[in-house]
Design a protein around this ligand. Structure first.
Ligand code: C5P
Length: 247
């Protein structure tokens, strides 16, 4: 992996419903973040044409297609064939269907798109893991993330998605052989109304602990000046990278 700059490590979540809103945000932020994440809200609202609309904003624009696929391997293979045609950087597939689905996903990209395995959503706490029936030996989110990261690695995934609380452990075991993308990012002292994210860390902490990229939505989107908020996050990342090198 070519070492990304601080700005390029910011993946902005385009959690809006229309192409018009997405284009406005891309115009505003294309020189301040490294990648735009198209997730379910925008994709279901607008369909695949939204990918081309975002990509056409500039030749530098990169797209992360966050579909979090979770289906039988043949269905996911078909969906990924379509994704391949659009030239996206990352696509997500859930790890909890096991190695077979992840392997099929990796194979069906033909090396054109990087598959990220989603380990444990950052909106889930330890209590939620008990609720959904995860056995006692893996109820600790860090243990479950590591377990699923091993499956992703064995399947040939480019990287994984996990919270900042587990990044250190993942990087300790896998180093640079697994790229880590971390959502659940919150600015120090910033409270978000009705926040659904539970395993959260600051941009500094995520990068200091080893995350390669961070996913940021509301802390940039809700800021009075989103471009300025993104620049402040890039500064935080720059400092974290310096401190990480020293440690
Ligand atoms: O920063 P904020 O909480 O608004 O970011 C929300 C985004 O993070 C959503 O697009 C959601 O899909 C994404 N996310 C993710 N992986 C997770 C949890 C959230 O990509 N494990």
């Amino acid at each position: 992996m070519k070492t990304p700059s601080p700005k390029d490590r910011i993946i902005f979540a385009l959690d809006v419903s229309t192409i018009k809103e997405a284009e406005e945000l891309v115009r505003l932020l294309k020189d301040h973040v490294g990648m735009f994440k198209i997730g379910l809200q925008l994709f279901v609202g607008e369909g695949p044409k939204v990918i081309d609309a975002v990509l056409s904003q500039s030749s530098q624009t990169k797209v992360f297609l966050d579909m979090k696929f979770h289906d039988i391997p043949e269905t996911v293979r078909g969906a990924l064939k379509s994704a391949n045609m659009h030239g996206v950087e990352f696509v997500t597939v859930h790890c909890d269907e096991g190695k077979g689905l992840l392997k099929t996903a990796v194979e069906s990209t033909g090396g054109k798109t990087n598959i990220l395995g989603v380990t444990v959503l950052t909106s889930l706490s330890k209590d939620d893991l008990v609720d959904i029936g995860i056995g006692p030996e893996l109820r600790d989110p860090e243990k479950l993330v590591l377990h699923r990261a091993r499956i992703a690695k064995a399947a040939g995934c480019y990287g994984i998605v996990c919270s900042g609380e587990e990044v250190k452990a993942v990087k300790k075991e896998f180093g640079d052989s697994l790229v880590v993308v971390t959502p659940g990012i919150r600015l120090a002292g910033d409270k978000i109304k009705n926040d659904d994210q539970k395993r959260i860390v600051t941009p500094y902490q995520a990068i200091y602990d080893g995350a390669d990229y961070i996913v940021v939505g509301r802390p940039i989107r809700n800021a009075p000046d989103p471009a300025r908020a993104a620049d402040a996050i890039a500064k935080e990342i720059e400092q974290a990278l310096k401190d990480r090198k020293k440690s």
